[in-house]
Design a protein around this ligand. Structure first.
Ligand code: BGC
Length: 752
């Protein structure tokens, strides 16, 4: 898959997917590839050239119109003149277009797990297809499928009248307790960046804009509005920034959203290094930068911010009255404003927002869209343990007991700005004490119990809600097998612990003591600790499995689907294995215990260092020689695979070829991962997901992304591969090499 990936990245920017656009982009890509230069989308000055069209429109705009376009208004504000052109659905914000010039209003709505409708209150009785969470999507290691997810949710966003989707959440999961782990993809920059890029590309195939967010290093919620992540440039470039760089190349997002936090003391939305130097100069980014909601602290247009988002008080906003004051004072010029407006306009032209106006709400095919959510869940659920071949459930099993997690009615989802009000309505929507009405704990309407009863009609399947461990254990003793559903709710704005809440560990232990044939099904934002692991027979993590998650879980438990998910995040054995055993910022005041959730305060100015630096996630475990509970890349199947025939081509590029055979009795998919130690720490450099029938063998070729073989040279502002010998591992998980070899790479500088 990666050779195709690299071809697409070099050709870059397929903007929209109409036949003509695709043919044009393809010929541009071909010319780019042949001449090895960076190409514009069309010859400058031609009728289709977005830059020329943007310049022409800009000339006709008044200052008020320009400021309207860069002053994004927040939820709750009247749409007012936003309604003047085309149909504008109600989302979480908007920036008024220029109707007399054919420029539509930018109608913005979250997010990356489907069309959000927080708590179901923004648009009452309006529903979207709820995708599985980010880690579930990432566990598929399947860029094409993830692009379908983006295309699906982008089409729903468009159908609801909104042309900016605040998707593309690409923060690295370097802090597994991060409250938004369920929105993000991975701890690895190649996996996370690649999949996020495909989400974005899918969204934008609907002639709407996707963001890429939250730029950058917004890797935890505790004190997200105040903390400063202090990290040297080399470490950032090789971790978080690399993930953004890859996502940007693949997805070509119309907008990049700068984050709440500070980086080396400077707020992300006024961080000229990140916005002007890295994003625009080094990555040649042509879209616009919008702020996160409430993340602006000055009229930072010269530092690289183009648009303030989510203004609550337009009369007192930065990009509003304060910008006009700055114009008068001469600290900002009309040329500065023109630059920002041009970037927005050229993006609207290039992505098709102007030529494909949204004029009316459209009908949504929820059945077809639900199928996408189901496909992802089925490929993204990870089987972590399966002793005694407990799974798949034998057809002869007669008495099955389900316990806990509201598994009689649905599956859990995360909350916050990304929350989708699922098609068909939530199975349960519980208020969260002390929080506003748009914060709800929602369960998606897909009942594991119901699906299991349908799939196993000869079994007697009962349910216990798990609130009384003694009662549940007594019932477990009378069952042939027990399926315990455990859950960890997570929401934007608060970090979590790695301990399952509400004494669920005790529940599992009690049940497992009563019945050794106990399987645990996790519904969590990310990793959790499992003190009972040795006492249960099977474990699978469904993450938050989305709209059809209950069905997907049941199909995996019964063997209708062979599990093929692989972990995109390391599961630590305990918090002492983490680089920061005490959650950064929590001990200083937000929360004294250091391991309990703390709100995303905005007024505490903490400095945070991540000791792992560039070695986030599994790289840290590799560097420190720590064995985690479950390693990055790990996951079981109901079949087995054999690897053979390793051939490595070094020199300027690294190409790794090998064969995989399904040596078991049923069809399945393997995710073959290629790792190369760089300065003694393994880096994922590529992978291939391969479907295999029983007995089938396939040849696989993986081309390494050269940046994962390189170090970033800050002085020369480029990537450098050190010439010399390298080990290459083809692995089933980062700590499970199946084939190993050596090669030689030439010293090489990679031009930015
Ligand atoms: C979140 C963003 C989101 C925005 C608008 C912020 O709180 O950080 O991810 O897009 O709200 O809802």
């Amino acid at each position: 898959m990666l050779s195709e990936e690299i071809r697409q990245r070099k050709g870059s920017s397929v903007e929209g997917k109409s036949g003509a656009a695709l043919r044009f982009a393809f010929s541009v890509a071909l010319i780019c590839a042949l001449t090895a230069t960076c190409c514009a989308q069309a010859p400058a000055g031609s009728a289709g050239d977005p830059d020329a069209r943007a310049r022409q429109t800009l000339q006709q705009m008044t200052l008020d119109e320009k400021i309207g376009l860069i002053a994004g208004v927040g939820i709750g504000m009247p749409l007012g003149s936003a309604k003047q052109i085309s149909y504008v659905g109600r989302g979480v914000g908007f920036a008024v277009g220029a109707p007399r010039l054919g420029i539509p209003t930018l109608a913005e709505n979250d997010a990356g797990l489907g069309v959000a409708n927080q708590g179901g209150v923004i648009r009452p009785n309006d529903f979207g297809t709820a995708l599985p969470s980010g880690p579930n999507m990432a566990s598929t290691w399947d860029p094409e499928l993830i692009e379908q997810a983006g295309a699906m949710m982008g089409s729903e966003q468009r159908a609801k009248g909104m042309n900016v989707q605040l998707a593309g959440a690409d923060n690295l999961i370097r802090e597994p307790r991060g409250g938004r782990t369920f929105e993000y993809m991975s701890e690895d920059p190649l996996l996370g960046g690649t999949l996020t890029g495909h989400i974005i590309r899918g969204v934008q195939s609907n002639y709407i804009v996707s963001t890429l967010k939250h730029y950058a290093l917004n890797d935890q919620e505790t004190d997200r509005g105040g903390l400063s992540v202090n990290m040297d440039e080399e470490a950032m470039r090789e971790s978080d920034l690399l993930s953004f760089e890859i996502a940007l190349e693949i997805g070509n997002p119309g907008s990049v959203m700068c984050a709440y936090n500070r980086i080396n003391g400077v707020y992300a939305c006024e961080n000229s290094f990140l916005l002007n130097d890295v994003l625009r100069r080094d990555w040649h980014y042509k879209g616009w930068v919008m702020s996160d909601w409430g993340a602006v602290h000055s009229v930072s247009i010269r530092a690289g911010l183009d648009q303030e988002s989510g203004q609550r008080s337009p009369a007192n906003a930065y990009f509003g009255p304060k910008l006009r004051d700055a114009l008068k004072a001469g600290t900002v010029t009309v040329d500065d404003i023109n630059g920002s407006v041009l970037r927005i306009l050229r993006t609207m032209y290039s992505l098709g927002l102007v030529d494909h106006l949204i004029t009316a709400p459209q009908k949504i095919d929820f059945d077809a869209d639900g199928k996408v959510a189901q496909d992802i869940a089925e490929r993204g659920i990870v089987l972590l343990k399966n002793d005694k071949n407990m799974l798949p459930i034998a057809k002869s099993t007669r008495r099955i007991l389900l316990i806990g997690g509201h598994s009689d009615v649905g599956v859990l989802a995360g909350a916050g700005s990304s929350q989708v009000n699922p098609a068909g309505g939530p199975a349960l929507s519980l208020p969260i004490p002390g929080q506003p009405i748009y914060h709800k704990r929602m369960y998606m309407p897909s009942s594991p119990l119901k699906s299991l009863r349908e799939l196993l009609p000869d079994a007697t399947i009962s349910y216990d809600d798990g609130t009384d461990p003694a009662r549940a254990a007594a019932a477990a003793g009378n069952a042939d097998i027990v399926l315990v559903f455990v859950e960890q709710f997570s929401q934007e704005g608060r970090d979590v612990t790695l301990t399952l809440p509400d004494d669920q560990d005790k529940l599992v232990s009690a049940v497992a003591t009563a019945n050794p044939y106990t399987a645990v099904i996790l519904e969590t934002s990310g990793p959790v600790m499992m003190p009972w692991l040795d006492n249960v027979s099977a474990v699978l993590t469904s993450w938050y499995p989305g709209q059809r998650g209950g069905l997907a879980i049941a199909r995996i438990l019964t063997g209708a689907v062979n599990p093929s998910g692989r972990l995109p995040i390391t599961f630590p054995r305990d918090i002492n294995q983490l680089p920061n055993p005490v959650l950064p910022g929590s001990a200083q005041g937000a929360n004294a215990s250091g391991n309990t959730p703390a709100a995303a305060v905005f007024d505490l100015k903490f400095d945070v260092t991540y000791p792992e630096g560039a070695d986030a996630g599994y790289r840290w475990y590799d560097r420190k020689k720590i064995t985690p509970l479950f390693a990055f890349g790990y996951g079981l199947s109901y079949t087995q695979f054999a690897y053979s025939g390793l051939a490595i081509k070094g020199g300027s590029d690294l190409t790794v070829s090998f064969q995989i055979k399904n040596v078991g009795a049923i069809a399945g998919a393997e995710v073959a991962q290629v790792y190369v130690p760089v300065n003694g720490v393994r880096h994922l450099v590529g992978w291939s997901r391969v479907n295999l029938n029983p007995g089938e063998t396939k040849a696989v070729t993986v081309v390494a992304d050269p940046r994962l073989l390189a170090k970033f040279d800050v002085k020369r502002d480029c990537w450098q591969i050190a010439g010399g010998g390298y080990s290459v591992e083809v692995s089933a998980a980062v700590n499970e090499p199946r084939l190993t070899g050596k090669t030689h790479l030439k010293a090489r500088i990679l031009e930015p």
